[in-house]
Design a protein around this ligand. Structure first.
Ligand SMILES: Nc1ncnc2c1ncn2[C@@H]1O[C@H](COP(=O)(O)OP(=O)(O)OP(=O)(O)O)[C@@H](O)[C@H]1O
Length: 282
């Protein structure tokens, strides 16, 4: 693994490099972003990262690893706030009310813990206009309404742009480029423009993008068979099976679908269905 970053919890780096497969690009950007943010004693702007990629590639998994390692109570910390639009913002007619509630929530919680972490999952399902409620908190400023928001972290998670990432990866694969050759600059502009232009995206025409308030658009690459095999092994280990016959692992792997149909290079749902498939065998 790359040398560890002294200002970040060692557990965070270990968990990311050891437990997450095939997302080296995302991990290295996230660690650099967190390092820069935590080293700055008086950040004037919260850190804002947007995770993009298709199903089951580790976006939620990584956000949980971050939360687990940033707070003593881990994912149960009261400083971690997770929002799921289909659960919390299900009625598009209530957007004005949700906006007011969201702003109160952020303000109240940052006043208790300046280093609060706000995770917005399923940005694809966020009602139009709602996410702009967070815009006032994200500008470079010393304080907003007497409170400094600079130490807070915002993470957005979505499948928006996942197809574009997958297309680029397929293109690279057909040109014999390796996964490691893909760089942020190959994908980041695609993600920002797709999020802004896609009518089905919670970022559609949002101030957040227009005003460049998202610091990093982080691509999650589609997982390949070798990564899925690692996920199967990890799932077996978590169930107490340390020895497992290779043919069973291959059998479970073959039950997962791949794309494109002809070449079958990438797993259609990443590692998402691995736990269920393993459960059928053990
Ligand atoms: N890159 C990965 N490395 C290791 N395990 C992974 C990876 N991606 C996914 N997993 C496993 O699959 C499960 C589901 O992944 P996760 O919830 O992170 O997917 P996601 O990218 O958030 O997908 P979705 O967009 O569908 O919400 C995780 O809890 C983890 O066990």
């Amino acid at each position: 693994y790359p040398p560890s970053v002294p200002s970040l919890p060692p557990g965070l780096q270990r968990d990311l490099w050891q437990d997450v497969y095939g997302q080296q690009l995302a991990i290295s950007i996230i660690l650099r972003a967190l390092q820069a943010h935590t080293q700055n004693k008086h950040p004037t702007k919260p850190l804002v990262m947007s995770f993009h990629g298709s199903n089951g590639n580790g976006k939620t998994f990584i956000s949980k690893i971050i939360a687990k390692n940033l707070y003593p109570q881990g994912v149960r910390s009261r400083f971690l706030h997770q929002f799921h639009p289909t659960l919390h913002f299900s009625n598009a007619l209530n957007v004005p009310l949700y906006k007011a509630q969201l702003q109160n929530w952020i303000q109240g919680n940052v006043s208790i813990c300046p280093s609060s972490l706000f995770i917005f999952a399923e940005m694809d399902h966020m009602p139009y206009g709602l996410i702009d409620a967070v815009t006032p908190f994200l500008y470079h400023q010393q304080a907003f309404k007497g409170l400094s928001y600079g130490k807070a972290i915002f993470i957005f998670i979505s499948n928006i742009g996942g197809d574009r990432i997958n297309e680029k990866m397929l293109e690279a694969w057909r040109k014999n480029s390796t996964r490691e050759e893909i760089q942020l600059k190959d994908l980041e502009p695609l993600l920002a423009s797709t999020a802004f232009r896609n009518r089905d995206s919670g970022f559609w025409h949002s101030d957040l993008i227009q005003r460049n308030l998202i610091d990093y658009y982080i691509p999650f690459l589609p997982l390949e068979r070798q990564h899925v095999i690692e996920c199967i092994k990890a799932e077996l280990r978590s169930r107490g099976y340390n020895q497992h016959p290779e043919d069973v692992i291959q059998q479970i792997g073959s039950e997962l679908t791949d794309f494109p149909p002809e070449e079958k290079i990438f797993s259609s749902h990443g590692c998402k269905t691995v736990a269920t498939k393993v459960a059928l065998h053990y």
